[in-house]
Design a protein around this ligand. Structure first.
Ligand code: SF4
Length: 244
C-alpha cells in the first residue's frame, strides 16, 4: 500500500474528479500542504515548467525544484537556468548522470545517442531522476495532453508503483494537463518570464543538443526529438510503466 501521505487509488480517482476544473495553482497548493518538501517540481525549462514555477513562487509555495543536466544540453538551456533562478529568486537543484561523457564513451562507445538512444537516456536522464524520486512522494511535472499522441490520456494525478520490491509509490502531479500550448505561451508572455531563445528558431520541445531539431508548424510539439528513431519519449515519463 502507498505510504500514508500518498493517496491510494480510490482517493486518486476522487481527487482527479474534483481537480479536473481546478486551476494549476490549486494542485500546487494541495501538493505542498500534503507533502511539503517531499513534493518537487521537475523541469527542463520548457514553457510549461516555467508556468508552474511562476505559479508556485507567486503563491508563496516553496516547493523544491530540480532539473537534469545531461552534459549535452544546448548552451541556451544552461543559460536559461541561470536566468530563471535570478528571475524567480530560487535555487534549482541540478541532477547529473554518474558517468561523465568520457566515461560513457569508454564504456559504451562514442556518441551512444546515435546508436542506442534508449541506453543513453537511461544513463543520463532516467537514473538521476530515479535517485531523486526515491526521496519524494510526489513529482510535479509540466506534462500536457496536447503535447503529443503519447500524452493525450494523462490525468492530473497519477499513482505509480515506483519500487515494487519496497512497495514504494510515487504520485505524479500534472497541474497543466488540460492547458493548451497557446495558454502556456500566453501566460509566459503575459508575465514576461524568461524563456529559451531556441523557441523562436523553430524548436518547440528542447532536449539534448544531439537529439533535438526544429519542427514545422503542423508537427507535434515533440516531433523534433530523436529524428530517425521510433523513440518519442526519453523514458523519464515511461520508465515506471503504466500508472496504477
Ligand atoms: S536525449 Fe539524446 S543525448 Fe540526451 S540523454 Fe537521450 S539519447 Fe542521450
Amino acid at each position: 500500500m502507498p505510504a500514508d501521505l500518498i493517496p491510494d487509488l480510490a482517493e486518486v480517482r476522487r481527487l482527479n474528479a474534483g481537480f479536473e476544473p481546478a486551476a494549476p495553482v490549486e494542485l500546487l497548493a494541495w501538493a505542498y500542504a500534503r507533502f511539503g518538501h517531499r513534493a518537487a517540481i521537475g523541469t527542463s525549462f520548457q514553457a510549461s515548467g516555467l508556468v508552474l514555477l511562476h505559479q508556485a513562487v507567486s503563491a508563496g509555495l516553496p516547493l523544491p525544484c530540480f532539473t537534469i543536466d545531461t552534459d549535452l544540453l544546448f548552451p541556451e538551456t544552461v543559460e536559461l537556468r541561470r536566468q530563471v533562478e535570478k528571475f524567480f529568486g530560487i535555487e534549482i537543484e541540478v541532477l547529473r548522470p554518474e558517468l561523465s561523457l568520457e566515461q560513457q564513451a569508454n564504456d559504451f562507445g562514442p556518441e551512444l545517442w546515435k546508436r542506442q538512444p534508449d541506453t543513453c537516456c537511461t544513463l543520463r536522464k532516467v537514473l538521476p531522476l530515479q535517485k531523486r524520486l526515491a526521496t519524494l512522494d510526489a513529482w510535479i511535472t509540466g506534462l500536457r495532453r496536447d503535447q503529443s499522441g503519447t500524452r493525450h490520456g494523462i490525468d492530473r494525478l497519477e499513482l505509480y508503483r515506483f519500487d515494487p520490491l519496497r512497495d514504494k509509490f510515487v504520485l505524479k502531479i500534472n497541474p497543466l494537463a488540460g492547458w493548451s500550448r497557446e495558454q502556456v505561451w500566453g501566460y509566459v508572455h503575459e508575465h514576461q518570464i524568461p524563456y529559451n531563445p531556441l523557441n523562436e528558431r523553430g524548436f518547440r520541445s528542447i532536449g539534448c543538443q544531439p537529439c533535438t531539431r526544429a519542427v514545422g508548424g503542423q508537427e507535434d510539439e515533440r516531433a523534433g526529438r530523436w529524428t530517425g528513431f521510433e523513440k518519442t519519449e526519453c523514458g523519464l515519463h515511461t520508465f515506471m510503466g503504466t500508472h496504477v
